[in-house]
Design a protein. Structure first.
Ligand code: ARG
Length: 580
């Protein structure tokens, strides 16, 4: 829809250009927005304001000319000028009905595949394996997963990459501690990686001999010593199993097959250094191999190095990422590489993207993008911590979510059996945590607040899940009667119209979620949809309506709402419940 209006506007621009009213030299970027207020039409553009200067004409006059140049069409009911020169477009009612019907009869809610289908490599989750996943790992996993699902739904080929950190110096310490324990102790201690890590760290800090052994083990590990590799594999295996448990509970689509660990690039790292050397990009600085790029300067304008090899020969995070970029384009065939990593790593990604292009680790027309996100904060305004002040393990956080959801259901009183309640609490608890994250602007910090996220009011998972069960209950009451399926749409009531107008925006919203990698657009949309449904449902009787034509059209609206809620939540990685 939006595309079609954009095309109409583009023809109007072309027309004015050939008439000599607009200069040929300026190609305007046509942007359509959804006005907040329905009285401003369905779409609005500021094109006339943007082009007034090059056209040397007052914006309202230019708007007038643009409107006159829009080709005849059946899309628009009216086009008018507002304020200083905005153009508002109102779609024809027939248009709305056609779209609604297309959405209703399509298996994918008439969501259009992206015209430009790509192979997208998406890096998300990517925790360090030395410790168990904690609350800081939530955002990458959840946001990356939602965007991956949307990209796939829009017809892209998505390759997930879990770039886990499994090769750092901390592993020496962990291996040294494993070595000290007998098999039984090891199995026991490894069942909680958080305490295992702490115990190893304590040994490292307390004992000189232990610290020496740890350092020796890293060197041996990295040079491929069999004994070290065996211990290390054992550790990594346990750690990855912990991650997988978290992914499965969270409904994050990652599996072992998506793990492409830092260590997997080990053999490629000497080649990365050679490559940089051959391109004359390496500079030795205090024994370390560095690249200095003009684009990156320190605060005082001093050169800022990207260190790719340490004095002792060890490689760094950046070195591995350069190897990974090359692999993602040249081996995986990616033409768009997305990274969902904490915003605090922005500089790192800017640097390696620039360097990768400059040094030819990637070639041609490839998009590289880092999508940063803010921090999960506690109510005290500092990064979220557990009650004892330590980091909160994700597994514990999810346990608590399920427990709280169950308490909530029990305190509200529920008609479900004990067993059903537990199953529902699992979904509600986990979904609340996910949704609280997804519904915030990705780039901001947000405050982790149990009461808000589990509330049945506001833009929350419980609200949406409940809204879905309400729509669903209409069809449970209806039973097997399918006659409404072929009914004509009747949109006489303003609440029916508002709901219909919201429904048909789904396609557009998904495209912007993908383009901006912003799942909160979809959350906002679903929340509004549930709100519009609720107003409709309160004002417009359905099942006990004597007018069969109206009843059937309303059933169709309800069915489309249910399908859209279910599909939208599913793209966020949230399952729906039939009752709760
Ligand atoms: N393991 C890193 C960390 O925990 C994140 C890795 C992100 N991905 C990447 N290709 N650098 O900070």
């Amino acid at each position: 829809m939006k595309d079609q209006i954009e095309q109409l506007l583009a023809s109007a621009v072309a027309q004015l250009q050939s008439d000599g009213i607009l200069p040929q030299s300026v190609q305007p970027r046509i942007q359509l927005d959804r006005p907040r207020d329905k009285s401003h039409g369905d779409f609005a553009t500021n094109l006339a304001l943007m082009m007034a200067k090059p056209a040397a004409m007052p914006p309202r006059d230019l708007a007038q000319k643009l409107i006159a140049a829009i080709p005849a069409n059946e899309l628009l009911e009216k086009t008018d000028i507002a304020g200083p020169g905005f153009i508002n477009f109102t779609l024809s009612q027939q248009q709305l009905l056609d779209q609604l019907q297309a959405m209703y009869s399509s298996g994918r809610l008439n969501v259009q595949p992206d015209a430009d289908s790509k192979t997208i490599v998406i890096d998300y989750s990517s925790p360090n394996l030395a410790k168990e996943m904690h609350v800081g790992h939530l955002r990458s996993a959840i946001i990356g997963d939602a965007v991956s699902r949307v990209a796939e739904f829009l017809g892209h080929k998505v390759i997930r990459q879990n770039h886990v950190g499994d090769w750092g110096t901390q592993f020496g310490m962990l291996l040294a501690h494993m070595e000290e324990l007998d098999a039984g102790e090891q199995a026991y201690e490894l069942s909680n990686l958080e305490t295992f890590y702490k115990a190893a760290k304590k040994r490292f800090d307390d004992s000189e001999a232990f610290a020496d052994r740890a350092r020796e083990l890293v060197v041996k590990l990295q040079s491929g010593d069999d004994y070290c590799l065996k211990l290390w594999h054992q550790f990594i295996d346990v750690s990855l199993a912990h991650c997988q448990e978290v992914y499965d509970r969270l409904g994050v689509k990652l599996t072992r097959a998506d793990v492409m660990a830092e260590s997997a690039y080990n053999d490629k790292l000497p080649g990365v250094i050679e490559h940089l050397k051959a391109r004359d990009l390496l500079v030795e600085d205090q024994g370390a191999q560095c690249v200095f790029l003009d684009e990156f300067k320190g605060k005082e304008g001093d050169p800022l190095p990207i260190i790719v090899q340490k004095r002792g020969g060890g490689y760094l995070y950046a070195t591995t990422d350069l190897a990974a970029i090359e692999y993602r384009q040249k081996t995986l065939g990616g033409d768009y590489l997305m990274y969902f990593v904490d915003a605090r790593q922005s500089l790192h990604f800017e640097q390696i993207f620039t360097l990768a292009r400059k040094a030819g680790f990637v070639e041609g027309d490839i998009d590289l993008a880092h999508f940063g996100f803010g921090t999960v904060m506690g109510k005290d305004g500092r990064p979220y911590k557990s009650r004892d002040g330590g980091v909160t393990k994700l597994a514990d956080l999810l346990d608590e979510a399920e427990r709280r959801a169950l308490d909530l259901m029990q305190s509200k009183g529920s008609s479900l059996t004990e067993e059903e309640q537990q199953a529902v609490a699992k979904v509600v608890g986990i979904s609340s945590v996910k949704y609280a994250d997804l519904s915030k602007n990705r780039t901001s910090d947000y405050i982790f607040d149990w009461d808000l996220m589990l509330s049945f009011e506001g833009n929350t998972a419980p609200y949406l899940l409940y809204a879905y069960t309400r729509v669903n209950s209409i069809f449970e009451k209806l039973g097997t009667d399918q006659r409404y399926q072929n009914a004509d749409w009747q949109l006489a009531d303003e609440r029916e119209l508002a709901l219909a107008n919201q429904l048909v925006r789904f396609n557009e919203v998904l495209h912007s979620v993908y383009q901006k990698a912003m799942p909160h657009f979809l959350c906002g949309y679903l929340f509004e949809l549930a709100g519009k449904f609720s107003s409709f449902y309160e004002a417009c009787p359905i099942l006990n309506n004597d007018d069969l034509a109206v009843r059937n059209s309303r059933l169709k609206l309800a069915a489309l709402t249910a399908n859209t809620l279910r599909q939208g939540l599913q793209l966020l990685g949230i399952p729906t419940l039939d009752k709760m």
